[in-house]
Design a protein around this ligand. Sequence first.
Ligand code: PLP
Length: 443
Amino acid sequence: MASSTNQMLKPLTTCINNAGNLEIGGCELTKLAELYGTPLYVLDEKTIRSVCNDYKKAFEKYPHIHMMYASKALCTSALTRILDEEGFGFDTVSAGEIYTVYKSGVDMRHVLFNGNNKSFEEISMALELGVGRISVDNFYELELISKAAQTKDKTVDILLRITPGIECHTHEYIQTGHLDSKFGFDLTQIDEAVELIQNKYKNIRLHGLHAHIGSQIFETGIYPDEIEILAKEIARLDEKFGLKLNEINIGGGLGVKYTQDDLPPSTYEVGELVINKLNEVIEKYNIEPPVVFLEPGRSIISTAGVTLYTVGSSKQVPHGTKYVALDGGMADNPRPSMYQAQYVAEVANKKQTETKEVVTLAGRYCESGDILIKDIELPELSTGDVICVYNTGAYNYSMASNYNRVQKPAMVLVNDGKAELIIERENLDDLIAHDIIPDRLKK
Ligand SMILES: *Cc1c(COP(=O)(O)O)cnc(C)c1O
């Protein structure tokens, strides 16, 4: 089976140049750190486009496939442009994400609005901007959407998000497809939802079913299992209600390689399994070949991203750990403190052959849990060294905060020796921009 980009630990343009320094996208990382400051998010355009190609090629034998990018992994205007160019649609979960893709010039028909607690305002905005599909999560939302549509005299095109009752072996916080989940309709609630749509909410048009099992998934078997359940439901709903549903959204979730021990499956393997299963259920349940939506997030953008940090202080605990403190941490990458996520790092400005030592890379934030990488072997570090942490493209910037009132980092896009700023570093005035001092407290 061909390997795919999500199976790589580092961006595919990563190399050590003649000066012995790390380079990504033809740009020396120490130079980027010097020019733009650290912490710095770096995105490699070739890696992003390579992943997109992997997905498109892996599914090309099924003609009704639509690739959607789950924006929550990383939502910025430049990335949206790249993925739009690659022919991807967008899975969005907030007014902010919808607004970002809208302002980036995306054809809004290729946008899906998803989430378990959408507000009336967000739904109204989605309708106003012509979002192609809303994935409806619960009964309350059906009513909300119908009301919003009524005020705009519109018909809404929806999918029903269902909980297929499949568990995957990933971290508990990123499982979503098991029965006791906060997301989606239970299988036993679908009929009631369909009856409401048919009899009460006449301005809602149901096109199909949506499921998403979880994230950082390594088990390929869950996708066929999921397709089996969705196809069976479609056939059952046709039989019972005469409903011709022709869309299924099988979610995202494909894993990436954060450490050498992670062995995520190839997109080609998933593609083959999914297509074989689709052909099987089309025959078995005698249904029209459905339009299939795929909405990967992490696997599209994780590998392409690295974060650069500068080494500051260090502390050798007598007979204990040696802590080396970086100028970032849990506010730019909350995953280690949130999920015990593991990462691999290298020093960008040192030969990997130098004398090594085992250190713990600590963040700068005021929390003992702010540790980026525990016990990693690196060439002996000194103040000013530049550390490159791999696989930070997904769920880093998108989960970043201003904890300790630290400015969010900048992001650059690198390609063919050129670096372009795509997110400016926040400045101190950005941090107080929304503060208000009541008159009586003014000095
Ligand atoms: C988070 C999410 C995705 C993307 O998941 P990844 O693991 O980043 O691929 C896709 N669909 C839905 C509904 C999601 O909630």
